[in-house]
Design a protein around this ligand. Structure first.
Ligand code: ATR
Length: 267
């Protein structure tokens, strides 16, 4: 049996096992996806132990995404982002990847959003914001980062090509000419709140939220009311898993089956 898994703490509510197991079922793979909660001090031992046991792949989530970079070889994208959410054991050493960034880009591409040459506004400059900033920039977008703590947005913008950093008070100006808006803050998670004033949204925008609990966040409802295109947080969650599956197996993922499994949990 092929074993895959997730390292994090806590991981009890993770949807990853269901999403990946749907793919194994669809392809008739003799595989399973387990969750592990190592102590922070045991992270290196956990990764090395996984390699020793023949585990095929690991996802990494909070609080280990940054710390894990010390214990793996990094691919180029994960190295720039400085965080890892996917590890493979194909080489001599475990190799770390960042499929959060790939997932954000693929979620937008799935909805036919053209990023090359687009003006994008990214709200949030934390861990998720960082990955998405590089993803948007790599895809050819101009990335205007707005964050509650403006200095964090400015610092991130110095690292990301074609990016600028702002406070949230610049959002109205930034959105006037933008085609893409991504919320990478936790605002809206389990609360009826939005990081973006509703009146700044317009019909020429595609609005993607990374919050997936609830799926119809206040931001997405405000966007839909103004006839903007909306992409819920399930899509990035889906495509980071799709990218991890494809990295580990070398096979094109059964996206529809994985999406059905995810939506069965959170619709
Ligand atoms: P993650 O890894 O999920 O991105 P994080 O690194 O803690 O988590 O970052 C959370 C992001 O949400 C940050 O951009 C944070 O803004 P600050 O840098 O100013 O803290 C943003 N955020 C969290 N709560 C917020 C709120 N109530 N209003 C606006 N932004 C908020």
């Amino acid at each position: 049996m092929q074993v895959y898994g997730l390292l994090g703490n806590p991981v009890g509510h993770s949807l990853s096992p269901r999403i990946h197991q749907a793919a194994y079922r669809e392809f008739g793979m003799d595989a399973c996806y387990a969750t592990f909660e190592p102590e922070p001090a045991d992270l290196e031992a956990a990764i090395e132990g996984a390699r020793a046991l023949g585990i095929r792949g690991l996802n990494v989530t909070i609080p280990f995404k940054r710390d894990a970079i010390s214990f793996v070889e990094l691919d180029e994208l994960a190295d720039r982002i400085g965080a890892v959410n996917t590890i493979d054991f194909d080489g001599d050493r475990p190799t770390g990847h960042n499929t959060d960034a790939i997932g954000a880009r693929r979620a937008l591409e799935h909805h036919d959003v053209t990023l090359d040459g687009a003006r994008a506004v990214l709200v949030g400059a934390g861990g998720a914001g960082r990955a998405i900033a590089f993803a948007l920039s790599d895809a050819g977008a101009t990335v205007n980062i707005a964050n509650r703590t403006e200095s964090r947005a400015r610092d991130l913008a110095t690292e990301v090509p074609n990016a600028t950093g702002h406070g949230l008070s610049d959002l109205a100006d930034l959105l006037t000419n933008a085609e893409v808006l991504v919320n990478a803050t936790s605002v809206g998670m389990d609360e009826d709140d939005s990081p973006v004033p509703a009146e700044t949204l317009h019909r020429d925008l595609t609005v993607m939220d990374i919050v997936y609990h609830p799926l119809r966040t206040r931001l997405l409802r405000d966007a839909a009311e103004r006839d903007a295109t909306t992409i819920d947080g399930g899509w990035m969650l889906l495509y980071q898993a799709v990218a991890a599956f494809e990295r580990w197996t070398g096979q094109e993922a059964p996206v529809d089956a994985m999406n059905d499994a995810l939506r069965a949990e959170i619709e």
